[in-house]
Design a binder for this molecule. Structure first.
Ligand code: HEM
Length: 407
């Protein structure tokens, strides 16, 4: 392959900021807002009280009394992101307050209309997404302090107490651990365009270390999240109304559409990090997996999706490494794939513990005639896929991209 010429160099400027990606926090929204203008107090009062309102079965009654508020007093992007987090969280609570056996299949207009309006403004679907629950749902207790769990808190919660807080904040920390990798990726793409093999090697080595750090950080889930609470309490509030037997027809958004609409639940499959790494490394997933993963891109902030698409259309890293014959870059590239496959293998053990094993325990408990957890969602991800075979397939395709020296 010919090295890229100057034209492309200037045409492809990897400016993270122009994709709303922060140099400091990556895809996390930097210092998310915690308060909306006073006009929206009815929303905030309910959102702040969600765990109690859901557990005491009062949320639906409170929502039904909520005034219909227009989104026109929301100023700017950050207020809109908080409004989306707030309205999506209220929606999940409203639908699932009585568990999977009695979902509410109609969202009242005083919630549906502003929720769809703010969703359209942001280019997000009207359901709780990863960019709500995680990316816009964190704060530092001490603003000068470090990104450590002891210095972090959430803004909005569901039932699930400390386990839910841990689930959200460990995921925040995984996103934060990805930041050096996102920067390395941008540097590597510059290095391909320049071209500079030394700069590429350094960036690939940095990317590998970052992925390993993400794996270590994911491991902290075990310290903070109780599998039985995740399975029986938390999971349902992340569940959507697409491919979900508990809500086969979807949800009617009153005042928006007479037909029910179907949306997948919140999942870190909607995180932009691994999508970006996969595109950069040129990993091809099988058709079925790719269909699901591509669909998840519609659940990301549009600027993050655009970043992933930009990486996709950039000159191929793999072609560059093969044609340059630079053995160290090839080794470093393969090590990135190994680290990513290890991250995915580790994630599979997490999913096994939090979904598969927890489901088995819940089943045996049901035999003891104890109150059961959600049933229709069993063995399914919160995004509604046949979980383990999908995850293993995605992991195996990661390793299939391994490069072998040519000639
Ligand atoms: C208790 C913790 C977790 C559980 C139970 C869990 C569960 C799942 C499930 C069921 C899927 C399949 C897709 C779906 O149904 O939505 C999935 C996919 C995925 N999860 Fe997680 N997850 C957890 C934590 C995380 C964290 C912290 C991250 C990283 C930010 C993450 C990243 C991903 C990614 C990237 C995918 C897409 C598949 C891939 O690219 O390998 N997960 N997860």
């Amino acid at each position: 392959m010919e090295p890229q010429t100057g034209n492309l160099k200037t045409a492809w400027q990897v400016s993270l900021g122009s994709y709303y990606i922060s140099e400091e926090y990556g895809f996390l929204l930097p210092n998310p807002l915690r308060e909306l203008p006073d006009h929206y107090r009815p929303w905030m009062e309910i959102a702040r009280n969600l765990p109690h309102l859901i557990e005491s079965h009062q949320l639906r009654a409170h929502v039904n009394k909520m005034p219909l508020l227009s989104c026109q007093f929301l100023k700017g992007y950050r207020e809109q992101r908080l409004a989306h987090l707030v309205l999506s969280s209220i929606t999940m609570g409203y639908v699932w307050q009585e568990g999977e056996a009695q979902p509410k299949e109609v969202l009242p207009r005083n919630l549906a209309i502003p929720f769809v309006e703010v969703s359209r403004n942001l280019g997000l679907p009207p359901i709780l997404v990863h960019s709500d629950l995680v990316l816009a749902n964190w704060m530092k207790r001490n603003p000068e302090g470090p990104m450590e769990i002891s210095n972090l808190d959430t803004i909005i919660l569901f039932p699930g107490g400390e386990s839910l807080r841990g689930f959200i904040l460990v995921t925040v920390l995984v996103e934060n651990a990805a930041v050096p990798g996102i920067k390395a990726l941008a540097q590597a793409m510059h290095a391909v365009l320049q071209p500079s093999q030394d700069a590429l090697l350094e960036a690939l080595q940095q990317l590998k270390l970052c992925i390993q750090d993400m794996t270590r950080t994911l491991g902290r889930m075990h310290d903070y999240v109780d599998p039985d609470i995740f399975y029986a309490v938390i999971r349902i509030f992340l569940s959507g109304w697409k491919d979900n037997p508990a809500m086969p027809t979807g949800l009617i958004y009153e005042g928006i559409s007479k037909e029910p609409l179907k949306y997948s639940g919140g999942s870190a499959a909607q995180s932009s990090v691994l999508h970006a790494f996969d595109e950069f490394l040129g990993i091809h997933h099988s058709e079925e997996s790719a269909d699901f993963l591509y669909r998840m891109r519609d659940y990301m902030p549009p600027s993050h999706k655009a970043f992933i698409e930009e990486i996709h259309s950039a000159p191929s890293l793999r072609d560059f490494i093969l044609s340059s014959g630079h053995g160290h870059c090839l080794t470093a590239y393969n090590q990135c794939l190994e680290a990513l496959a290890e991250l995915r293998s580790y994630h599979i053990t997490v999913v096994t513990r939090y979904l598969v094993t927890a489901a088995a325990r819940a089943r045996s408990r049901r035999l003891d005639h104890l109150p059961g957890p959600p049933q229709a969602l069993e063995d399914r991800g919160t995004g509604g896929t046949a979980v383990l075979s999908f995850l293993k397939n995605v992991r195996d395709k990661t390793l299939e991209a391994t490069l072998h020296p040519s000639g």
